[in-house]
Structures are given as structure tokens and as C-alpha cells.
Design a protein. Structure first.
Length: 439
């Protein structure tokens, strides 16, 4: 899931969102009809009202009036072998430790379950071995369970299908969550994977599942994210951040206010109903704009997603970047894989090339100008990705896919302190010198 699987996962969520919007329209029509019916009924009768639990769809108590300062935990992983970043977390009592990918492009905590069919897992979660676990009934009012997809005809089930034909399914449990010294006071919802259909496994690199940070609207069962729960438990500041190292490891901070930290470049979160969405005003290759207008740059959603390895753009963006980069070719500047290459055999066609450090340094910087304008620049050593794992061999860490939203993935996020400040509806890009240290 580190590369192709991440794209497939986003595609599934994106399609689910479109389907969800249609469902919302239908629900609104039903609600309007119900109001009309209730109005008629109330004109003739007085009826008793019955209470019902309401699921929290936004972060419950976080804000400026925090009780404690949150925490900082280590991340493992890289962009070469792993292609993703993950945390070691404990689920249940006593804690069962698993490795979960940190993913701002999804909501749910999903983990391989005991006796999972096709999981190829090294570590799993067994809710039956935890004294604090519970399984969610299929008709539970607190969650949005699919009544046509009950697990074993009893438990709240989930099923995710991906664009490559793979799929996962299982049931929803609740249990205590622990990471580092942070232990939830409330239980969190957990998607316990029981079946996997995937040629290379759901998490091909050996990670045991996913820890999502996005809106509950993306949840497969209408659950709140773990960060939502922890923010409510401890009245944290409503924000988290990541520092991802291109070589190895990183750090994740939760509940810490960086809004006054010097040196941070801030851009507005234009929509966080589903993902962390931003706007782009321009893209520059070196000092040259790729020349696309605002409407073309923002014709699709643009999301910041730690769960995707690459920088995924629209075909219009990709073509314009190719044209602009090629314009740097000259008799004295022969960019490897770009200048004087056989048609269909360039970096832009997915080919990888062996380069010396000086050949890599000959490539221009790459800049995205976010709404503000806020110009965030990465160097060639960042976007020329050593994804094959062969030292000195470089591929282009930028691809085109019009079936997906534009995804600002780890290729771009590495080497920055990336701050998701939900309280102020901003995303910040800071130098690594502003990264916190592990508690």
C-alpha cells in the first residue's frame, strides 16, 4: 500500500465521497419530507419525544483552553524501502502492539485481526484477548453500520474495495488506544480486518494497518478518528504535526499549538469536511511558472496526504511541468532522463536513471505556491525519488492521474515540519529546526 495501494485507497475514498454526496442529497429530501409530515401530525397531536445518542462529527473539546500540551511520539519508515511512515501503538488491555501507517488521507484505524484470511500479517489484534474491548452491534445507533453488510449477521461490518481489484473486510470493535505515554480514557473504534484479497497484501511492506487522521465523514462506519477521541479526552489544542525524514524515521506531535512559532509558512485549509484540502495559485520549475491559470490548477480537490508516497497531479499540471523542465535543456545543461532521450523512455514515462550527485544538482527546484500566496520549495534531491532502492538510481516522484484528486504526498512533505492546525483552519510548512523532540 506504500505506493500504488495508497493511490488506490484514495481513489476508493474519492469514489465513496461522490457516492456519499448523492446519499446526502437523498437524505435531505427525506428530511424535508419528514418535516412536512411531522408538521401535519403535530397540528393534531401531542407526542412524546425520545432521546438518541449523537455521534461526534467534529473535534469535541479541543481548542485554546487545553488542559495539557499533548505529546510527541517517534515514527519509523522512509521513502525508499518502506515508502510510508508508521507508529507503534498499543490496542487493548493489556496492550497488543502493532505498527500503523499515519495517514491524513483517511479516518479509520484499521488493523489485521487474529485468524485473518489472506492478511500475511506479522502482528495482529485480537479483541478477544483484551479486557476492555467490545464489538459493535450491527444495529448500534452510535455508528453508521451498513445493515446489508453485517459481519456474521451480528456485528457492524465494513468492506473497502480498491481500484486494483483488491479488497479488505471485517468487523468493528472498540478498545483502549495507547501510543508512547499517551493512553486514551475513552475507547476508540477499530476496523478489525478478517479477510484480505490482494496479490501483495494490503500492507505489502509489513505494516499492520492504518491510523487515519481525516474527517469522520470519510469513516467506513461513521466513527470519529483516534485524534478526535484523544483531543476530547485531554482537551488538547486542536492540531497535530509531522516531520518525515527522507532517509529514516520522523516524529508526530499531537495537541501542541504552533500558531505563534516563527518561520512557519501558513496556507488556509479551504475544506476539511473530508480531507485536508488546500488551493494552489501557481507551480514553478526553477524560476519559471508552468503557466496554468487558477481554474485549471484547482479543477479538482487538492489534498495533503501523508498516506501517499508520491506527488500526484492532474495530466494538465504534469504536461506543463514536463514542458517547463524540458525548456532548461541546452548544449551545456543536459538533464539526465529529460534531455535528448528516446520518446517514451524519459523520467516522465516512469523510467529510472543512474545519476551522480552533480547530475541531480543540475535539476531546478520545484515550487508550489499555495493560497496566500505561500511559496513552498523542494529541491531536485526531494522530487527525484530513489524508489527502486538501488543507490544512485533516481525516478521522478511526480505522476499524473486524473481519476484522483491532486495529492500532496510524502515526496513533497519530507524535510518540512508539516502542521495541521485545525483550530485555525491552516496548514503550516516549517523548517526542520521547528520540529519537536520525542517526549
Amino acid at each position: 500500500r506504500s505506493l500504488v495501494g495508497s493511490e488506490m485507497c484514495i481513489r476508493d475514498r474519492y469514489q465513496r465521497r461522490v457516492r456519499g454526496l448523492s446519499k446526502i442529497a437523498m437524505r435531505l429530501a427525506v428530511i424535508i419530507l419528514l418535516f412536512c409530515v411531522v408538521g401535519v401530525v403535530l397540528s393534531a397531536f401531542t407526542v412524546p419525544l425520545r432521546g438518541r445518542k449523537t455521534r461526534t462529527l467534529t473535534r469535541p473539546f479541543g481548542g485554546k483552553g487545553k488542559i495539557n500540551n499533548g505529546g510527541v511520539i517517534p515514527l519509523s519508515g522512509n521513502l525508499t524501502y518502506w515508502g510510508e511512515y508508521f507508529a507503534i501503538v498499543g490496542l487493548g488491555t493489556p496492550p497488543q502492539y502493532v505498527a500503523l501507517q499515519v495517514d491524513t488521507g483517511s479516518t479509520d484505524l484499521i488493523v489485521y485481526g487474529k485468524d485473518c484470511d489472506g492478511c500475511n500479517a506479522t502482528k495482529t489484534y485480537d479483541d478477544g484477548s483484551s479486557s476492555t474491548s467490545g464489538r459493535v452491534d450491527c444495529d448500534d445507533d452510535f455508528y453508521d453500520c451498513d445493515q446489508n453488510n453485517c459481519w456474521m449477521d451480528a456485528w457492524c461490518g465494513f468492506e473497502d474495495d480498491y481500484g486494483d481489484g483488491s479488497s479488505i473486510s471485517g468487523y468493528v470493535a472498540t478498545d483502549i488506544f495507547q501510543v508512547g505515554s499517551i493512553k486514551s480514557q475513552s475507547t476508540v473504534s477499530i476496523g478489525v480486518i478478517q479477510q484480505v484479497y490482494a496479490p501483495n497484501g494490503f500492507e505489502a511492506t509489513g505494516v499492520d494497518g492504518i491510523w487515519g487522521f481525516a474527517s469522520s465523514e470519510l469513516s467506513g462506519w461513521g466513527g470519529s478518528s483516534v485524534f478526535d477521541i484523544l483531543t476530547g479526552d485531554f482537551s488538547w489544542y486542536d492540531g497535530f504535526s509531522m516531520c518525515l525524514s527522507p532517509v529514516n524515521n520522523g516524529v508526530l506531535s499531537m495537541g501542541i499549538d504552533y500558531s505563534k512559532t516563527p518561520g512557519i509558512l501558513w496556507t488556509e485549509i479551504t475544506d476539511d469536511e473530508y480531507w485536508f484540502e488546500v488551493e494552489i495559485e501557481d507551480i514553478l520549475v526553477g524560476s519559471k511558472s508552468i503557466g496554468l491559470g487558477w481554474w485549471t490548477l484547482n479543477s479538482n480537490d487538492i489534498i495533503v496526504d501523508s498516506g501517499t508516497t508520491l506527488l500526484i497531479l492532474s495530466s494538465d499540471m504534469f504536461t506543463a511541468i514536463r514542458t517547463t523542465l524540458t525548456s532548461y535543456c541546452s548544449a551545456t545543461n543536459q538533464l539526465v532522463g529529460v534531455c535528448n532521450v528516446t520518446k517514451g523512455k524519459s523520467l516522465f514515462d516512469g523510467e529510472c536513471f543512474t545519476m551522480t550527485p552533480s547530475q541531480v544538482a543540475a535539476f531546478p527546484d520545484f515550487t508550489i505556491s499555495f493560497k496566500g500566496p505561500v511559496k513552498v520549495t523542494i529541491s531536485a534531491v526531494d522530487y527525484l525519488w530513489q524508489g527502486t532502492g538501488v543507490p544512485g538510481q533516481y525516478c521522478l516522484g511526480i505522476i499524473a492521474d486524473d481519476s484522483l484528486p491532486v495529492i500532496i504526498g510524502d515526496i513533497f512533505l519530507q524535510n518540512f515540519h508539516v502542521i495541521f492546525d485545525e483550530y485555525n483552519s491552516k496548514i503550516g510548512f516549517g523548517p526542520r529546526s521547528t520540529c519537536p523532540t520525542v517526549n
